[in-house]
Write a protein that binds this ligand. Structure first.
Ligand code: IPE
Ligand code: IPE
Ligand code: MG
Length: 228
């Protein structure tokens, strides 16, 4: 099962507490570990977290710098735990605009965890689904088969392994939109929206979303046999 999460609401969480937005990002980063470990203990095979969208470059320079720094520190500090817990980490998204120190943190966690097989954790950084689809279409050129296109799509986002379609998409922070996240892969995703700001999101709420998913009837355009 592939779960995607749009981790939203860090800024508002901080503002409501009279703190700078970056304090919200710090609090949000602390929640990531709990949710990743909960995913590893459940029947999730792939978890894709939206950490920084290509449109997020338009935020104030200081906020962008703080996000990049947090991300780098997170990757460095989580590497040993990821190996110990069997979590393979792969950063998806554009790499050509990331700073060298972040690139080397990405490279080292990806290499250290390459053989891990319990959970594939994909972190989307400088990610734009439209851009990925556009690049894949351009690269696919004359290729006819859809599988070729999908392979190109994976390559366009630096995906280390086939992650397939998203089964469950969770968005925290109250907004009901995709914000350019996994547009192609979410074709039949079950959507769960939570009003909780990401820094307040808990393992319990994550489990509740998985339980909600289990109650949904997925039809993929068909009529189910028992409803005929
Ligand atoms: C999500 O929280 C984190 C990123 C987009 C990097 P936001 O920073 O978007 O928080 P809000 O939506 O402003 O509350
Ligand atoms: C989406 O959240 C990106 C991430 C969570 C990383 P945004 O906060 O950037 O999305 P919009 O601007 O509300 O659509
Ligand atoms: Mg937001």
């Amino acid at each position: 099962m592939h779960v995607g999460i749009i981790m939203d609401g860090n800024g508002r969480w901080a503002i409501e507490r009279g703190m700078p937005r970056t304090a919200g990002h710090r609090a949000g980063a602390a929640v990531v570990r709990a949710v990743v470990e909960a995913a590893a203990r459940s029947r999730v095979d792939v978890l894709t977290l939206y950490a920084f969208s290509s449109d997020n470059w338009a935020r104030p320079r200081t906020e962008v710098a703080a996000l990049m720094r947090l991300l780098r520190r997170h990757l460095v500090s989580e590497a040993p735990r990821s190996v110990a817990n069997g979590i393979r980490v792969n950063v998806i998204g554009r790499r050509d605009r990331l700073e060298p120190r972040l690139l080397s943190a990405i490279d080292s966690i990806e290499r250290a965890t390459a053989a891990c097989g319990r959970l594939l954790l994909r972190i989307a950084v400088d990610y734009s689904a439209r851009r990925a689809i556009f690049d894949a279409a351009r690269a696919a050129g004359s290729m006819r088969a859809l599988t070729c296109f999908e392979r190109r799509l994976a390559r366009a986002t630096h995906a280390a392994a086939r992650a397939g379609d998203v089964d469950l998409l969770i968005r925290t922070g109250g907004e009901r939109r995709l914000s350019d996240f996994l547009l192609w892969e979410c074709a039949y995703a079950e959507l769960v929206f939570s009003d909780t700001y990401w820094p307040d999101f808990t393992e319990g709420e994550f489990r509740a979303a998985l339980a909600e998913f289990a109650r949904r009837e997925r039809r993929f355009g068909r009529v189910l046999a028992n409803s005929a």
